[in-house]
Design a protein around this ligand. Structure first.
Ligand code: IPM
Ligand code: SF4
Length: 434
């Protein structure tokens, strides 16, 4: 039985849970340990106007209504803290090492980047946490992925690291496990990068991912809105320093990779494990119906090269890659260049705070000069629950985490990459290596 320190909620998976507890006359046990935001169904333009899509409007309004009724803090549209749940919580200092955190959302694994036990739950479990602030669970198994050495500087990014790991291990490799990412590559990584990696743990089937908290973690948290202050912070750091894995600890599964061998990655298929180095060709597998089906959906052939293929859509956003560091990377690449005319680019910050930082750091001007516009925060084309959809049969180079059939719109074809590769593609209008 786990006691839950923080319960994050959004508009998609909470309404039925509210109905469940209301229907049984059960009050929300600890409303102050619940934080809500609107992200999946929000438009990314004209957020000050009423939401046009009727279903989205209803979904978002229902969350506000439920939160008000149950005394839960909600960062709705127009609030400076609103954003994708996995972006806004860490950047406000809500996510802290050693906490137990849940959300009715599979990418809750993101918060594990802080040495937090964080995982996605189903709607009936959301109701259980509402009612009791606790969860009954099967104890997960332990897996460790160590990446030693150093990454190729300014070329290989955290997104490439996780796409590489999943392409090597497969999308079921983590089933039933929590994964710890260890080794120099993660020690050297920024918090934004660590979040990108932990975010995609679920894409290898793991319940959660985590990275030992260290000075990078503490520096990131310090001074944030909901972080402990002064002496309290110092006391927490003493505790947080005790959280890392003991030397000689046992794992049920262990993998090791050499970071210097990792290259920029791209996916060619319909699950995140179908990834290759961007310079490679699509593999030539025989007698594999699911592989054939994926290539068929994607309109690709075995042995084909992806570099140089014309691309009309680029999406830079999602809880994997929509943090300020991602936009800094993209801005520094496109500075002084121009967006290709054939490209329709959606640049969607993960939160209002990221949007504000883009403004304050002068990045907006760089984007606009290059022919890009910045949208308002939300999940957007990551799964197209709002109006941001990719048309049928079109390719979209996307910084998100899932390339499933129809994920970005019916018949849309997603190729997952890092923000840097997406930026380079938006500039040249074809799949580009940096
Ligand atoms: C809508 C939500 C339940 C879903 C999830 O849990 O992951 C979404 O965020 C996604 O990325 O597919
Ligand atoms: S950005 Fe995408 S992956 Fe993340 S929570 Fe939203 S829909 Fe899910």
């Amino acid at each position: 039985m786990l006691y839950i320190d923080k319960h994050l909620i959004h508009e998609v998976t909470s309404p039925q849970a509210f109905s469940e507890v209301e229907g049984r006359g059960i009050p929300i046990f600890r409303p102050h340990q619940v934080v809500a935001t609107t992200d999946h169904n929000v438009p990314t333009v004209n957020q000050h106007l009423p939401i046009k899509d009727a279903l989205s409007k209803k979904q978002v309004e229902k969350l506000l209504e439920n939160c008000e009724k149950h005394n839960i803090t909600c960062y709705g549209l127009g609030h400076p803290y609103q954003g994708i749940v996995h972006v806004m919580s860490p950047e406000l200092g809500i996510t802290q090492p050693g906490m137990t955190m849940v959300c009715g959302d599979s990418h809750t694994s993101t918060h594990g980047a802080f040495g937090t036990i964080a995982f996605g739950i189903g709607t009936s479990q959301v109701a259980q946490v509402f009612a009791s602030q606790c969860l009954l669970l099967q104890r997960p198994k332990k897996m460790r992925v160590t990446v030693y050495g150093e990454l190729k500087k300014d070329v290989v990014s955290p997104k490439d690291v996780i796409l590489y790991i999943i392409s090597e291990l497969g999308t079921n490799s983590g089933t039933g496990h929590f994964v710890e990412y260890a080794g120099q590559v993660f020690e050297d990584m920024s918090m934004e990068g660590r979040m990108t990696v932990c975010n995609m743990s679920i894409e290898m089937g793991a319940r959660g991912g985590m990275i030992a908290p260290d000075n990078t973690t503490f520096e990131y948290i310090k001074g944030r809105e909901f972080a402990p202050k002064g002496n309290k912070f110092e006391e927490k750091v003493v505790y947080w320093n005790t959280l890392s894995t003991d030397k000689g600890a046992d794992f049920d599964l262990e993998y090791e990779f050499d970071g210097s061998k990792i290259e920029p990655m791209i996916t060619y298929g319909t699950n995140p494990g179908m990834g290759i180095k961007i310079t490679e060709k699509i593999p030539e597998k025989e007698n594999d119906p699911s592989f054939e089906k994926a290539l068929n959906y994607m309109g690709f052939k075995k042995g084909e090269k992806l570099l140089g293929k014309s691309i009309k859509y680029v999406f830079i956003g999602s809880c994997t890659n929509s943090r300020i560091e991602d936009f800094r990377t993209v801005a520094s690449y496109i500075k002084g260049k121009k967006k290709a005319k054939n490209v329709n680019a959606l640049l969607v910050p993960g939160s209002q705070k990221v949007a504000q930082q883009i403004e304050d750091e002068g990045l907006r001007a760089i984007f606009e000069e290059a022919g890009f516009s910045i949208r308002q925060p939300g999940c957007s084309a990551c799964l197209g629950m709002n109006e941001d959809k990719i048309p049928e049969n079109e390719y979209c180079v996307s910084t998100s985490n899932r390339n499933f059939e129809g994920r970005q719109g019916q018949g849309a074809r997603t190729l997952l990459t890092s923000p840097l590769t997406a930026a380079a593609t938006a500039i040249s209008g074809k799949i580009e290596n940096v």
